[in-house]
Design a protein around this ligand. Structure first.
Ligand SMILES: [Zn+2]
Ligand SMILES: [Zn+2]
Length: 494
């Protein structure tokens, strides 16, 4: 898209059939200062609902150029720069090697585009990012809050803090052990925000989490419009008062939310990808609150918490008031060599046979697909129903369902199942726990698969190793100290 520039507005090339003036890419234009929207203009509520709180490309807007121009002339739409001097304003990419030049049919010259966010449609030097500068949509109806569950003492305390955070526009980290019931802790805070006509977003790194949350929240907030966004979702055209989104979809939002919840803040890719932090900062309103959820904060965050530099609250116990099973170490010799020689390390083999004899289900975590695939036939000799699963498995979900249904006695897995999986009554082993893929956070998450249900609050968790690492020791200390705190605060029985 190219524009001519006048003192108060831009006019797109398409609207001037006999151009006499020169057109420019938006990246080279000195943008006019935005002016307040004309109150007597009858704006399109469809456009308002579509665009409010977002920054979109012209291709993403199902409205004609005439409609957009009319709204721009009346101060309801602002054109911003997409890419300027090797800086992408959608994803904040500033790395030179993540830009490329192409012969652009729109501006009819060489044009630089951002490769970092190309999966969301191309942003280039001649691509405007369009935002809504009119009033935001309002809902007149009070949100119905339909939840009759009860909270544990620790959940209740955390829930109160979340409500405070929403009221005071602060930030809060909720550090809740795996299986603490962190979603319920959010309900009151979300209700508080919705009652104040605030717009709420819950962002999570994984599509699975978003898909699981969506129906749950719709049940609790039956008259609230909920938008569910993930790669390939078709909800993106609706205005939601409550938006559930994978981290990446946040890039399309700008100054949209009064309250944002970031789930699994320690999880890939949020902690490794600084541009996602930018997405959150961009998506929130200047006056807004953020709640971060995690079971396993990174070491810097843990330090900030102990130094009281980070507003936080801990939920050190599970809802069912039993301590988290503390993992134990078991030396198993050179496991890599054993698998090379087609042998299961004897300690691990013994443990596996015990589980099979006692009819106890188990997950065994492996450091890589390669080693796991070598190990699988050896385990299948012990029991042919043993299966394996990894990220590229198309039938990953079916296999998890099969172990839940009791059809698979033992499932070998990579770290793909370290989070979010609940299988009642399982034991857990890590084969080669000293491998560098098993960080403190991964090991705590893996241990957190055991003892989750009230009927089976115990479980055996073993880190099989060929030399202990600091991460392994930290993981055990982490779980131990959470149990200790839970005991002190009277959150567990016995
Ligand atoms: Zn970008
Ligand atoms: Zn171009």
């Amino acid at each position: 898209m190219r524009f001519t520039q006048e003192s108060t507005h831009l006019t797109p090339e398409q609207l001037l059939p006999n151009p006499t003036t020169a057109f420019q890419k938006i990246s080279t234009i000195q943008l006019p200062t935005p002016f307040p929207p004309n109150p007597s203009f009858h704006y399109s509520t469809a456009l308002q609902h579509y665009l409010s709180g977002r920054a979109l490309l012209p291709d993403e807007l199902p409205f004609s150029i005439e409609i957009l121009h009319e709204h721009h002339l009346n101060g309801y739409i602002t054109y911003g720069k997409g890419v300027e001097n090797n800086h992408c304003h959608r994803c904040d990419n500033r790395k030179k090697h993540l830009f490329a030049r192409f012969n652009c049919f729109r501006c009819k010259e060489d044009c630089t585009y951002c490769r970092n966010c190309i999966m969301m449609g191309r942003v280039s030097e001649c691509t405007p990012l369009i935002t809504w500068s009119g009033p935001t949509p309002t809902t007149s109806n009070q949100p119905i809050f339909d939840w009759t569950g009860t909270l544990s003492k620790a959940q209740q305390e955390a829930s109160n803090r979340v409500v405070d955070t929403v009221q005071t526009n602060e930030n809060l980290l909720v550090w809740a052990v795996c299986g603490a019931g962190k979603t319920e802790v959010l309900f009151k805070g979300i209700h508080e925000a919705l009652s104040q006509n605030k717009r709420v977003c819950i962002a999570a790194p994984r599509t699975d989490v978003i898909l699981e949350l969506s129906p749950r929240l719709q049940k609790v907030f039956p008259n609230t419009s909920i938008t569910t966004l993930y790669g390939g979702s078709d909800d993106r055209h609706e205005y939601g008062q409550l938006v559930l989104s994978t981290n990446h979809q946040l890039f399309r939002y700008e100054k949209a939310f009064d309250f944002i919840v970031i789930d699994e803040v320690d999880a890939f890719p949020y902690s490794y990808d600084p541009t996602l932090k930018y997405a959150v900062e961009k998506a929130r309103k200047p006056e807004s609150s953020i709640v971060y959820l995690t079971a396993t904060p990174d070491s810097q965050t843990q330090k900030n918490c102990s130094a009281k530099k980070q507003n936080h609250i801990r939920i050190p116990a599970r809802y069912h008031r039993h301590p988290i099973p503390v993992p134990r170490f078991a030396w198993c010799g050179n496991w890599n060599k054993s698998f090379e020689k087609h042998r299961i390390p004897s300690q691990l083999k013994k443990w596996t046979l015990q589980r099979l004899q006692q009819n106890k289900q188990a997950l065994i975590f492996f450091p890589s697909v390669k080693i796991m695939e070598k190990a699988l036939p050896l385990f299948q000799k012990l029991n042919p129903a043993i299966e394996s699963v990894h990220a590229e498995n198309p039938n990953r979900k079916e296999k998890v369902q099969k172990i839940r249904d009791g059809e698979i006695p033992i499932l070998l897995t990579t770290t793909i199942l370290e989070r979010g999986v609940t299988i009642p009554g399982i034991d857990v082993a890590v084969a080669g726990a000293e491998d560098q893929i098993f960080t403190e956070s991964a090991l705590v998450q893996i241990a957190g698969r055991a003892g989750r249900s009230a009927d089976h609050p115990k479980g055996d968790v073993v880190y099989f190793h060929y030399g202990k690492t600091k991460e392994m020791i930290n993981a055990i200390m982490h779980i131990y100290s959470m149990n200790k705190e839970a005991g002190k605060r009277g959150l567990i029985n016995g």
